[in-house]
Write a protein that binds this ligand. Structure first.
Ligand code: ZN
Length: 434
């Protein structure tokens, strides 16, 4: 089938007209002009863009929306007090309810323009830590939820072992934890086998953080992952307290520790990197690791600012995640990265790689191809050979009224919202709305 919109977002973030996108068997096979008399699917008043990638999601946290926006008790409200509310929600999950909340989250995400989800999944066992009959029962419920919602999913299976340096897990953390790293790695292998053959579902490693894992676990996961080619995602440098604790335990900062453990390489995505030092930013660039920014969640939790200018200056690939799913709108994530960088740098058009004339092309890459690369997927670009994961945006929407065609890609990012999304395609299968 040949999809024929008014505009197609090109690989350099430019709006191209007069082109159709030919899809077959779930893939894009050509980007070309329609031939005379050829049957096509006209998409008038639409711009076709690659499906956006939510590279870091905790789907069940969608259930906290609105519930955590008031102070509880007398103390200060911060990331750590929010975490207690999140643990309470995690504690209540069972295989059915995690499937329900995940499906609702994935449906909302797809309707907002995210066709791929990197689900960083860490609720594994029964509340007291006893495994279910199938130790991957909850992960497989999330996989089923993705299938029902029709999204592409990378299930990033998290490893968790402790509350902090030398501290056993708290009661609420027990269901996140495996007794040994070998048991965790066996679960990665069995999940990988369980989803093999489904082109929409893949698996990755997710050592949770340097706070939740001792050094031998980080090293064992690095060694195991190296042979597989699967992606590795890890939270690092989200909160100042985490950096201080890492300095006390290891005499180095979190991203330096990842490097010392063999975990920092081209297959690795560091989630947040909010408090990364200059030396750590250099390390990320040297090791060709990626960063996943989660701007709306980092704002909601009071984490701090992404060191965006430093990452762009070093050409570290940056993708985005909706993380706690407090907000599902890819364009807002991109806009936050640039506008927060403007506030910090006191100038405009900050995140501009050499050769580009503005931030829009690079921000589009962050939403699409960079996320796909962080998840080791061949999607996120409208080009032959890529998966047919696409989003049609409404050019007639008031948010884009009067905008010249050449300015539409930037206008979507700086003035648009998920309300622009009309149809979405995942592996060539179309859906409208939720
Ligand atoms: Zn996270």
């Amino acid at each position: 089938v040949l999809l024929l919109p008014d505009l197609v977002l090109g690989p350099d973030g430019e709006a191209r007209s007069g082109l159709g996108v030919e899809i077959d068997g779930g893939f894009i096979v050509a980007v070309r002009a329609a031939q005379a008399g050829e049957e096509d699917t006209a998409l008038p008043g639409r711009m076709l863009v690659p499906g956006c990638v939510n590279a870091h999601s905790h789907a069940f946290q969608r259930a906290l929306r609105g519930r955590v926006e008031r102070r509880e008790g007398a103390g200060e409200d911060d990331f750590w007090s929010w975490r207690e509310a999140m643990y309470e929600a995690a504690g209540a999950l069972d295989p059915d309810s995690i499937g329900e909340v995940s499906e609702a989250c994935f449906r909302e995400a797809r309707a907002a323009g995210y066709t791929t989800i990197g689900e960083f999944h860490y609720v594994h066992h029964q509340p007291d830590g006893t495994p279910y009959d199938d130790p991957n029962a909850l992960a497989l419920s999330v996989v089923e939820a993705a299938r029902r919602a029709g999204v592409r999913l990378v299930l990033l299976l998290a490893a968790y072992a402790r509350a902090g340096a030398g501290e056993p897990p708290t009661a609420r953390q027990r269901r996140f934890c495996d007794p040994t790293v070998e048991r965790y790695l066996a679960r990665v292998e069995s999940l990988h086998a369980a989803v093999a053959g489904d082109p929409l579902i893949t698996v990755g490693y997710a050592p949770h953080s340097v706070r939740a894992l001792p050094r031998p676990w980080l090293e064992a996961i690095a060694a195991h992952a190296a042979g597989t080619g699967l992606p590795v995602h890890i939270h690092a440098s989200e909160q100042p307290r985490e950096v201080v604790e890492c300095l006390v335990e290891h005499d180095c900062q979190p991203i330096e520790l990842l490097d010392a453990c063999g975990l920092l390489g081209p297959a690795t995505t560091v989630v947040h990197a909010t408090h990364a030092s200059t030396r750590e930013l250099d390390l990320l660039a040297d090791r060709k690791a990626a960063v996943c920014a989660c701007p709306t969640t980092e704002g909601n939790l009071g984490d701090g600012f992404l060191p965006a200018a430093g990452l762009w200056a070093r050409a570290v690939p940056v993708c985005v995640g909706a993380d706690s799913n407090v907000r599902l709108d890819p364009f807002e994530e991109a806009r936050e990265m640039e506008t927060c960088a403007r506030r910090r740098e006191l100038r405009r058009n900050v995140l501009v790689p050499e050769g580009d004339d503005g931030p829009s092309p690079s921000l589009w890459r962050s939403l699409t191809r960079r996320g796909a690369q962080a998840l080791h997927l061949e999607t996120g670009s409208i080009a032959p050979g890529m998966a047919a994961d696409l989003v049609a945006l409404d050019l007639a929407h008031p948010q884009l009224a009067g905008v010249a065609a050449a300015d539409v890609p930037a206008a979507v990012l700086f003035a648009g919202s998920a309300a622009l999304v009309r149809e979405t395609w995942v592996a060539g299968h179309v859906a409208t709305g939720t």
